[in-house]
Design a protein around this ligand. Structure first.
Ligand code: UD1
Length: 388
């Protein structure tokens, strides 16, 4: 069996690493070998957004890089389809495996099916029901086309059933992100959170003061990531959130923000950058590596994020998480399902109220069913069975 798997952007890398390892484990057992070709579409290309993750997670270099880079959604999807079609025609895989919900996921699932190649989707069935999110469009298209839908939780399987997907296409396998978390947890635990912050502080921020270091060591630190267009592309929304963070959160404890390139660009465009850089306790960092962010998450008093993956990691680590969105495709991580996350959108009053609640909460780790670190092995088995 020949599998061609695809990654494009940062959140894909922690999903593909365990899958590649599980293929290698399968091949070590002897028997029918799986031939694997890794394609990177090149949507994320900065070292800190891509190469660093390959290195940290022991992902072998991609066999093929399509070099797509930045652009509008149509440009990214269109260019990816054109380049990937050539790869599929040359490589003639039995399966194309796509992960997550980025533009690469959608573009390559369409191309695979048009080339009559079977497609499997890892992390299928997630639904935010928010069609303003590009990722929701990617999920719907990818799931509609894929032959094998590998879901992370039972709610996602149920979403697919409600859309009329035949039972034989759905396999509940668990959350592959947690395979990576469990494989890397011990390594992250050994890191010193203050070293992480000092090494990643942006130019002009100096180094941590003794008071800040002591607070971070004591777990009195707010950790932040935010990059969604709905939060960072509108000046009033971005400046409202930043005012709250600067005036209130940074007054309580150091706030550590690993800033995505899109967010840096928007802060600069809106004239918010210099003030943010100058503020004491408001610590802007370069994008962090996997272990560094995992370590800071382990220490955080509270996480503020609009990322999908961090909601899941906070759930397993029990970090109180304010999800800066009005909806989530990952409801299993919410407090009403026993998780650590709460939706606060981008309304400052709501964020403030839930921030106060979060500060009063203890860590409450939750491990949803099959988030056990063994999902990748189940995926390889499912692919083998579906090929018989
Ligand atoms: C993409 C994914 C999103 C995911 C996010 C994680 C889609 C639709 N979105 O959004 O689901 O949560 O990745 O990071 O696929 N840039 C750089 N260097 C890079 C990559 C991007 O500077 O290596 C800058 C460019 O200015 C670019 C902008 O970031 O225009 C946005 O990048 P893009 O890949 O278009 O989308 P993300 O916002 O990263």
């Amino acid at each position: 069996m020949k599998i061609l798997s695809v990654v494009g952007a940062r959140p894909n890398f922690m999903k593909i690493a365990p899958f590649i390892r599980a293929i290698a484990d399968h091949n070590c057992l002897g028997g029918d070998q799986i031939e694997h070709v890794l394609v990177h579409t090149g949507q994320h290309y900065d070292d800190s957004m891509s190469k660093a993750f390959f290195k940290a997670l022991d992902i072998p270099d991609a066999d093929i890089n399509l070099g797509i880079g930045s652009g509008s959604h149509a440009e990214q999807v269109g260019k990816t389809m054109i380049a990937f079609e050539k790869v599929v025609r040359k490589e003639k895989p039995d399966w194309v495996v796509v992960v997550g919900d980025v533009n690469a996921t959608c573009a390559c699932s369409i191309t695979a099916k048009k080339e009559h190649v079977k497609c499997a989707h890892i992390e299928a069935g997630l639904r935010s029901r928010d069609m303003d999110m590009p990722e929701e469009i990617n999920r719907l298209v990818t799931d509609r086309l894929s032959d094998l839908l590998l879901t992370p939780d039972r709610l996602s399987s149920e979403n697919l059933r409600q859309e009329g997907v035949a039972e034989k296409r759905i396999r509940f396998v668990g959350n592959i992100m947690i395979d990576t978390l469990e494989a890397q947890r011990a390594k992250a635990e050994k890191l010193n959170p203050c070293d992480i912050v000092n090494n990643a502080l942006l130019e002009g921020q100096g180094v941590l003061t003794e008071k800040q270091s002591a607070a971070i060591h004591a777990g009195q630190v707010a950790v932040m990531t935010m990059h969604r267009p709905s939060n960072v592309d509108d000046k009033a929304i971005l400046s409202g959130i930043m005012d709250f963070l600067m005036n209130e959160v940074a007054a309580d404890m150091p706030l550590v923000w690993a800033v995505h390139p899109r967010t840096v660009k928007q802060m600069q465009t809106f004239g918010l950058w210099d003030k943010a850089l100058a503020l004491q306790n408001f610590l802007l960092l370069q994008p962090l590596g996997y272990h560094d962010l995992l370590r800071l998450n382990m220490s955080a008093r509270v996480m503020l994020t609009d990322s999908g993956g961090l909601q899941e990691e906070c759930c397993v680590l029990g970090t109180p998480c304010l999800t800066l969105r009005w909806n989530t495709e990952r409801p299993v991580t919410l407090r009403e399902h026993g998780g650590a996350s709460v939706l606060v959108g981008n309304n400052v009053e709501k964020i403030r109220a839930e921030y106060r609640v979060a500060l009063a909460m203890d860590r409450q780790p939750l491990r949803p069913e099959l988030w056990d670190g063994n999902t990748a092995g189940r995926i390889v088995e499912a692919l083998l069975r579906a090929s018989c």
